[in-house]
Design a protein around this ligand. Sequence first.
Ligand SMILES: C[S@@+](CC[C@H](N)C(=O)[O-])C[C@H]1O[C@@H](n2cnc3c(N)ncnc32)[C@H](O)[C@@H]1O
Length: 292
Amino acid sequence: MFYIIGLGLCDEQDVTVRGLNAIKNSSRVYLEAYTSILMVEKGRLESFYGREIILADRDVVETQSDEILHNADKEDVCLLVVGDPFGATTHTDIILRARALKIPTRVIHNASIINAVGASGLQLYNFGQTVSLVFFTETWKPDSFYDRVKENADLGLHTLVLLDIKVKEQSEENLARGRKIYEPPRYMSIPQAVSQLIEIESIRQTGTLAPESTLAIALSRVGGGDDNQRIVAGTLAELSQQPPEIYGQPLHSLVIVGKRLHHLEVEYAEDFAVNKEKWREVASKVYGCALD
Ligand SMILES: C[S@@+](CC[C@H](N)C(=O)[O-])C[C@H]1O[C@@H](n2cnc3c(N)ncnc32)[C@H](O)[C@@H]1O
């Protein structure tokens, strides 16, 4: 059997009982290590799961899946995915390849950033399309995602913005020379994400986002518990002005708040606001939310 198992969002203890049993019974355990990360080292997972873990980068999962699927029709093999296997990034390709090889498959689900974003107080029903924001370079600023931000905003819906992660990157020189030397991992920060969004708005001039009057919520290490998880709410301008330590270590996500905002959402998230008065003022005057 080929298992694909969601690990949840925080550390080794977030695995489900069903997932843990499948891991313990597997002869090989791969960890997909490029679309998301857990907040703990691989060694901690290995001692908790009682299995050696093989790190599987994008190349292995996407182009060399034969190695992962080898013998999976005769023994149990599993691929671990941080969050849920179908959360944001879908791992349907490898399942389709397993099916084509007549290997039985099973998915074991877990929490995903896609639903844990409810920790902000914003209601999942009021979210539109999720978008991913990639690091801009001097010459490459892909902005097609912004159409979806605008579509959501036009419908009054919130947008979950997932921030770029770069792991196992090679410099152009090392790539050209075929040297397997990798750059340190990079994780997009909240101020960087806000600045890229504002940059696109200033180029496109759609009126979708305004630094002083668009509300947003930054979420850091969701699922990490009270001492680790961090949620910060404010206008885009306020979020971009916070010092980096406010957000702390990765992973980070950002929600752009839509205009169809319920007063309970405002009241719940007020607790996370950089400036509570300003939060309520913008929610009431700009978003038209009826507050007490
Ligand atoms: C491509 S998604 C992978 C989603 C994963 N499979 C899941 O179901 O959660 C990775 C992005 O989700 C966001 N993310 C994932 N876990 C997070 C967490 N615990 N707290 C905040 N953001 C998170 C970050 O923006 C990160 O770059």
